[in-house]
Design a protein around this ligand. Structure first.
Ligand SMILES: Nc1nc2c(ncn2[C@@H]2O[C@H](COP(=O)(O)OP(=O)(O)OP(=O)(O)O)[C@@H](O)[C@H]2O)c(=O)[nH]1
Ligand SMILES: [Mg+2]
Length: 440
């Protein structure tokens, strides 16, 4: 389970609970602690954070604009934003950037990403190959420079200090110089010495420690060691797209007093974004595009028949189809549903792709009215065969439609105990107040 999933589950539980009392808040706090600790956030930070959440959730009076549930969600959101930092505003001027970090953390790829980023802002970039330890490090960087059409300096056989001295002359007309340094499997005396020298010669404006999102708890020690040696001005967390939880890196950042400058979200040069704590936390909590979501939600009107059918817990192929259609209009509905307590909806039900929905429509259109309102009939393979022919689909595809439907039906049964949630789900409209609370 990733960090976000645990947080979303905890939030979903509290927004779905009947009463927001001390017990519910304490339960939320326990779940958040579990999620954050298993996401590698340091225990000390987790307890500080959840203590504040508990205090604020219970003591602060919710604004009259929204209810106690939204208040709690808002507090969690704000405290998480506090924990991970703020918004980084990259300086768009002449500067020298030095990248630091252990083996394989993503430094060389970052040279390409930073190039692409600053090129996009109209600046001229020069890359410096000062990793003289890793075989082919020079070639790796040179290739990026060719591909991105930026400046490059490196010299095989020279040591890192010589290369930097020469590069400062050779690349003096470039706006942003990015220094790629060597990684090691551990922080050692030799690495420390080399970095100190490069720091003195290069005189960087920014010194970014590059941490991979899967680094875990050791991130804290790394940050300390690099900070002690050359003083870091910020952190770049890479591989945020991977299975790593990012929690270790984030708490390291917090503990060292440094700030996250960028996050890397893929191997390609365009997979880089300046860090924005609000955006990051919103994504963790499962509502990545608050504003967009609000606007889309407005477009999706009430569907009376659907509403009624779902409230009664009666799902047939007609209602399922209209439900899928309205969900599609909402886009990242999964996130909203997650917030409302339905975090484990089957992907199929969410109309994952245009293709799926088209297939679904075709299949339902080939069903007889009887079949549409008596979904159990569709278990019959003769009927499936006929529908497949009528819809121009394979039988396997029809079976897939039937099984998506059955999953959704099962889910509906599971939700029947939760009338409030069902009502919201049936409306197909998110809890707007909760979203508004977060937006403001
Ligand atoms: N998925 C993903 N992969 C990444 C990301 N950043 C880097 N990688 C990959 O991670 C591997 C190591 O990246 P490098 O940029 O070579 O790392 P490095 O810090 O220069 O490594 P050393 O020079 O050996 O210390 C490569 O296979 C990259 O493609 C990222 O944000 N997401
Ligand atoms: Mg490298």
């Amino acid at each position: 389970m990733d960090l976000g999933e645990g947080i979303r589950k905890a939030l979903a539980k509290i927004t779905g609970s009947a009463l927001i009392d001390e017990a519910a808040v304490k339960e939320l706090v326990r779940e958040l602690q579990r999620a954050l600790i298993s996401g590698d956030v340091s225990v000390k930070l987790v307890f500080e954070l959840t203590k504040r959440i508990e205090e604020r959730a219970l003591r602060e009076k919710p604004s009259p604009l929204y209810g106690p549930r939204e208040h709690v969600v808002k507090v969690v959101y704000e405290e998480l934003v506090n924990l991970v930092g703020e918004k980084f505003e990259p300086k768009l001027e002449k500067q020298k950037i030095m990248l630091l970090g252990l083996f394989g953390s993503g430094k060389t790829s970052l040279c390409a990403k930073l190039t692409k980023f600053y090129q996009g802002k109209g600046l001229k970039i020069g890359l410096i190959a000062a990793d003289v330890h890793r075989p082919a490090a020079h070639e790796q960087l040179e290739q990026w420079a060719k591909q991105l059409n930026c400046g490059f300096y490196g010299r095989k056989g020279a040591n890192a200090e010589q290369i930097v001295r020469e590069a400062l002359v050779a690349l003096k007309d470039f706006d942003v110089l990015v220094l790629d340094t060597a990684g090691r499997s551990a922080f050692d005396a030799e690495l420390a010495h080399e970095l100190k020298t490069l720091n003195e010669v290069f005189k960087p404006d920014a010194k970014y420690l590059v941490l991979s999102a899967d680094v875990g708890q050791v991130a804290g020690r790394q940050a300390e060691e690099f900070n002690r040696t050359v003083g870091i001005t910020g952190v770049i967390i890479t591989k945020m797209d991977g299975s790593g939880k990012g929690g270790g890196a984030l708490s390291a950042v917090r503990a060292s007093g440094a700030k996250v400058a960028f996050i890397g979200t893929g191997e390609k040069p365009d997979a880089l974004e300046p860090f924005d704590a609000r955006k990051y936390v919103a994504r963790l909590c499962g509502f990545p595009d608050l504003q967009g979501l609000l606007e889309k939600a407005k477009e999706v009107g009430d569907d009376e028949a659907l509403s009624k059918a779902m409230e009664e817990g009666k799902l047939d192929y007609n209602t399922f189809l209209s439900q899928m259609r309205s969900m599609r209009k909402l886009g990242p509905l999964k996130n909203i549903l997650a917030m409302m307590g339905a975090y484990d909806l089957p992907e199929e039900m969410l109309g994952k792709s245009e293709e799926k929905l088209k297939q679904f429509e075709a299949a339902v259109q080939s069903m007889t009215p009887y079949e549409r309102t008596h979904p159990e009939a569709m278990k019959n393979s003769k009927r499936q065969e006929r529908v497949a022919k009528g819809a121009g689909m394979t039988e396997g595809e029809v079976r897939e439609v039937v099984s998506s439907f059955e999953k959704a039906q099962k889910l509906m049964k599971g939700l029947r105990g939760n009338r409030g949630l069902l009502k919201k789900l049936s409306r197909g409209i998110p809890n707007l107040n909760a979203l508004k609370a977060l937006g403001g």
